[in-house]
Design a protein around this ligand. Sequence first.
Ligand code: 48F
Length: 255
Amino acid sequence: MELLISSAITEAWFNKLHKHLDSDVIIVGAGPSGLLCAAELAARNVSTTLFESKLAPGGGMWGGAMLFNSIVIQAETTYLLDKYGISYQPQCNGLFTADAAEATSALIYHAAHNGAAIFTGICMEDVLVKNDSVCGVVANWNPVKRLDMHVDPLSFSSRIVLDATGHPSEVVKVLTLKNDVRLRLPDGVMKSECSMNAEAGEKACVEYTGEVFPGLYVSGMAACGVSGSNRMGPIFGGMLLSGYKAAGLIARALG
Ligand code: 48F
């Protein structure tokens, strides 16, 4: 029995890995923007691979604010909560709250159920760049990275990569650190995130969602970070709208 269990797990997992060595889209980071984008793309039959360095997908959505696990969303975003079956309650001034556990688990469920392959515990450490275009990522186990083990990574190719790594904007950071490139951003360079301003940050994270280098898109807090926009705290409408916008742009680019 034990060997049958081991055999079933390894066969299923390695099949998933083999099938996703090459995908249409690789999303790095399974926070709200990456998960929503994955759910939308997979629903359109786009082959989608999602790498998350932590054990659980969900990013910063589980914890609400200061571990008070309720999240805030704006009236103009409730259609996305309806679409993904997430319940919400009205508060004041056009704001609504949702339970962080329900909202996060719904996004994870729909991304996986729609067909995105979610790999957890795996960390993007570099990008593939060919012909002046990003065409995949280089990844390794997060524990290997944390223990500083001298182990080479594996490469994964895709037509498009989405940086949905949140505040650190890891994919754009590694691209700009290792390569002499100009980004499609004001001044052509990556900026640093600015201090809290909820209105400005929510607007910027949607506005700057898009392609910053051939083959490389940004969403969510990474879009705020690279454009030098503000953080916005535990309001998540912008993250969901950003993931939705990224999916639309990527689907159009794939044709
Ligand atoms: O930070 P995160 O939730 O990204 P997001 O979709 O949402 C931001 C909000 O949660 C919050 C906020 C709301 O107003 O400001 O911060 O922009 O999720 C990013 C995910 O990326 C993973 C990380 O563990 C997290 O789950 N991640 C970061 N770097 C890597 C990575 C990496 N190098 N490889 C794989 N995953």
